[in-house]
Design a protein around this ligand. Structure first.
Ligand code: SF4
Length: 355
């Protein structure tokens, strides 16, 4: 557990660290060395920083600590997917997933402990939102998967998706800061084009990201282009309607020139009718987009069922006829409850404080 009298050194920006060390009479390059240990070399304790003098390491240890996320346990799917339960400094637990394919290795990371948005199809929604993750806690999930990718497959991590627990745009600043660290040459140096932030649809923050001209990709968890249905599936739609989202996504494209991915699950008797298909085609044509149809993963007691393949075919045909790129994504890691919407710390330590 953490020592409350010490500061998490990774909560400091480089400028803050430089100012702090300057107060101790240290030159600016020392702060850069410390920063590199923290964000590039993955130091887990201050004593790892062997190019600093012992006196400086001791002084740093008096005031600071590194609050690394720890992999508590991992589950391995027969399809190669790995789900990790990670313990945070305060004992809370979040999950992350490594999804390998022959050409890429993707890290699916969480942005909050639990979630407040209550989507009916999502296991995380059954846990209440406990808190936002700090930038370093998001970053550490990526580092853990990067290590796993090398150890299990001998290949590097290639992509990151913010599709784990929580709504990243309701933890906006920390998500942006984590991405800054992940893409920075002093951090992991990953291209922003390999990062996708997925949102349930927070229109105001989509506009803010567009204003900031971010360079990562955006996905919207859509699931229905009919307001009444979408509000039943995703209560956030009551305050962020399809019209709000349409305007925000059009703005996003105008500012970033980056095509939005619309994530869409088709459920039997819910959104598998002709009017649903027509509504999606209409919505997807309003701004440059592509549609990702996703296989559904039951989250236990819910009454939602994956639609018949003929319903998926109807969507695919209509989208293609309208010139909209569309793909169908099969579930990964179902045998370990690691697929989309299934993250809920079922296996263990159901998001509870350990002390
Ligand atoms: S789908 Fe995403 S936004 Fe909706 S409840 Fe689950 S974690 Fe939250």
């Amino acid at each position: 557990m953490t020592n409350p009298s010490k500061i998490d050194i990774r909560s400091l920006r480089l400028e803050e660290l430089t100012a702090r060390l300057a107060e101790w009479g240290e030159p600016a390059y020392r702060a850069r060395q410390v920063y590199e240990w923290l964000w590039n070399k993955g130091a887990t304790q201050i004593s790892d920083m062997t190019n600093l003098s012992l006196a400086l390491r001791n002084r740093l240890e008096e005031h600071f600590e590194i609050r690394n996320v720890k992999v508590q346990h991992s589950q391995f799917s027969k399809d190669g997917t790995i789900k990790n339960a990670l313990t945070l400094h305060d004992g809370l637990v979040v999950e992350s997933v490594m999804i390998p394919t022959p050409t890429r290795i993707t890290a699916c990371v969480s942005s909050q402990v639990g979630c407040s948005l209550g989507c009916t199809f999502c296991a995380t929604a059954r846990m209440k939102r406990m808190r936002n993750l700090n930038p370093d806690e998001i970053y550490d999930q990526v580092v853990a998967i990067q290590k796993q990718a090398q150890e299990t497959l001998g290949r590097p991590l290639t992509n990151i998706v913010f599709m784990g627990m929580g709504e990243p745009l309701l933890n906006y600043r920390n998500t942006m800061e984590a991405i800054e660290k992940i893409t920075s040459p002093q951090g992991l140096g990953l291209s922003p084009r390999r990062i996708t932030v997925s949102t349930a649809g927070v229109a105001k923050m989509i506009r803010q990201m567009a204003d900031e001209k971010v360079r990562f990709k955006l996905a919207l968890s859509l699931h229905s282009a009919i307001d009444s249905k979408r509000s039943r599936l995703m209560p956030i739609n009551e305050t962020n309607t399809l019209a709000d989202l349409e305007a925000a996504l059009d703005y996003w494209y105008q500012q970033t020139r980056s095509r939005v991915t619309l994530e869409y699950v088709v459920w039997e008797g819910v959104n598998d009718g002709e009017e649903d298909v027509r509504a999606l085609v209409r919505f997807a044509r309003k701004f440059p987009s592509k549609v990702n149809l996703i296989e559904y993963n039951s989250v236990g007691e819910d009454s939602l069922r994956q639609a018949h393949p003929s319903a998926i075919a109807a969507y695919t045909e209509a989208l293609e006829a309208a010139g909209i790129t569309c793909s169908f994504r099969r579930s990964r890691g179902r045998d370990i409850d690691a697929a989309c919407g299934q993250l809920a710390n079922k296996g263990e330590a159901v998001v509870q404080k350990t002390s």
